[in-house]
Design a protein around this ligand. Sequence first.
Ligand code: HEC
Ligand code: HEC
Ligand code: HEC
Ligand code: HEC
Ligand code: HEC
Ligand code: HEC
Ligand code: HEC
Length: 327
Amino acid sequence: MTSLFTQYFRKVPVAFILAFFLVLMMSITLKAQNKPKEETIKINEDCLKCHGQSKYKYNNPESGSEVTKRMYLETIINRTEFYESNHKTFKCTDCHSADYDSFPHPGRLRMESKYACIDCHGGDEAYAKFKFEEIETEFQSSVHSTKHSDDFNCWMCHNPHTYKINARSEEKIRDIVAYDNAICLNCHADITKYQMLTDKVNPNILQKHEWLPNQALHFKNVRCIECHARTNDSILVAHNIQPKSKAVRRCVECHSTNSILMATLYKYKVQEERSKAGFYNGVIMNEGYVIGANRNYYLGLISLIMFGCVAFGIAIHATLRIIKRKK
Ligand code: HEC
Ligand code: HEC
Ligand code: HEC
Ligand code: HEC
Ligand code: HEC
Ligand code: HEC
Ligand code: HEC
């Protein structure tokens, strides 16, 4: 009996250690899959030796000497950001023509047609959770697309060399807000980029939102899309940007118990949290206090408990008195 027992228990740590190493190995290989290969990094240097910084060199066959020139601002690619992006495992030439290996680049390459997101992600099971097709439809009915059709495409907001998912993976709400708002401000706070698309004068964002009290605080805590995009339950990030006349202006849309933020900014966390703890307003409690949005539930609960305690105390007190009096 005892020997069977000790035998059994001796095996448990061994099994544990084996399982531990198995999990460790699996997580290492899974991680490795998502890292750019050494070889890819080396091949990309053929492009990044010029496109990776503000200066580039080439041999001028006319003069036979090496020339150093300044790179155009819009053709500079930041290595760190690229290798942290969603498409970090890519070779430049997975998306661009292999003929870019010669310099000067052949002029016809300017006409090179670029892939759209849907070309690669459409109908792919592995990315089903992102709902690319639905996002595409939503985007097509947004102001940007209806007013500028093909001039405005997904790459305008999703920089091909830096875009990475945030709302789904980032823990801190404020970081998500900062990342997502920077996407909009890239044009809405930049005259040249905005004017590349339209002759309209770029409205001053700060001035146009003067009606919002604590504007700076709001812009740090909510995204532009909270007020400007129509929410869609089945996709995580709303893509249907509405004309300005439809923007959210009423304070209670957020500052109330059924805050729209539950269906937008806090959506992913709410889903996660609810499956974990069954709490609905937990996210807001952890991340900050949105006036009105969480007041009722928690204060209500606390005052109920306090009321219960007081009532209980009085009851005990009263019974003790009655018992004493009877004696
Ligand atoms: C010797 C430096 C050099 C190398 C190496 C180089 N490029 Fe370029 N590239 C440039 C310069 C300068 C421009 C901007 C002028 C032009 O368009 O030719 C440019 C422009 C581009 C453009 C924009 C073309 C357009 O639409 O106007 C793309 C895309 C591009 N390069 C991709 C690549 C890729 C991919 C590689 C690697 C396979 C690469 N380049 C290697 C210097 C270089
Ligand atoms: C996931 C696909 C993808 C990958 C990977 C990629 N590019 Fe691009 N690249 C694009 C697209 C799409 C555009 C056009 C963007 C636009 O029209 O706004 C572009 C534009 C460019 C431009 C022109 C500048 C501009 O913004 O118009 C250069 C230069 C360039 N890429 C170089 C590179 C280099 C170098 C690499 C590798 C480090 C690389 N690209 C990797 C898709 C990609
Ligand atoms: C040339 C094909 C191609 C194009 C074009 C392309 N993607 Fe991807 N994308 C991929 C592949 C392949 C991966 C997986 C990369 C990996 O796991 O290393 C990926 C990964 C992703 C991911 C998932 C990242 C993750 O961690 O789960 C997102 C989100 C994404 N792409 C969005 C986009 C968007 C948005 C566009 C257009 C603006 C786009 N992609 C264009 C091929 C592409
Ligand atoms: C007006 C700007 C804008 C345009 C245009 C745009 N997006 Fe987005 N998209 C965003 C923002 C902002 C996010 C949130 C990024 C984050 O925090 O992860 C996002 C997120 C995404 C995500 C990740 C959502 C998730 O579930 O994690 C996908 C996939 C995506 N966009 C696809 C597309 C496709 C496909 C197009 C073109 C049909 C497109 N987007 C056009 C702004 C835009
Ligand atoms: C590539 C540049 C660019 C980006 C990125 C961009 N926008 Fe725009 N946006 C424009 C331009 C240009 C217009 C003007 C369209 C027109 O009226 O011709 C516009 C119009 C708008 C309008 C409509 C205003 C009206 O007159 O009704 C809203 C709202 C808006 N954008 C919000 C956003 C939000 C939110 C984001 C980020 C998710 C964003 N934009 C990202 C360029 C951009
Ligand atoms: C709290 C809600 C809210 C937030 C957050 C918000 N907006 Fe607005 N925005 C509005 C409302 C409401 C209007 C309409 C104002 C009017 O009609 O004068 C507006 C107007 C605009 C306009 C049109 C200006 C014009 O008159 O042509 C643009 C562009 C715009 N917002 C972009 C943004 C961007 C970019 C962000 C993020 C940095 C943002 N908004 C954040 C509510 C918001
Ligand atoms: C899109 C959602 C949204 C809308 C619309 C909105 N707010 Fe807010 N508001 C927030 C969030 C989120 C915070 C930040 C809470 C925090 O401190 O973490 C905030 C903060 C505030 C604060 C500051 C509280 C403090 O801690 O100092 C005031 C005051 C405020 N809002 C008033 C308003 C008023 C008045 C309106 C209508 C004109 C309005 N808000 C519209 C989401 C919104």
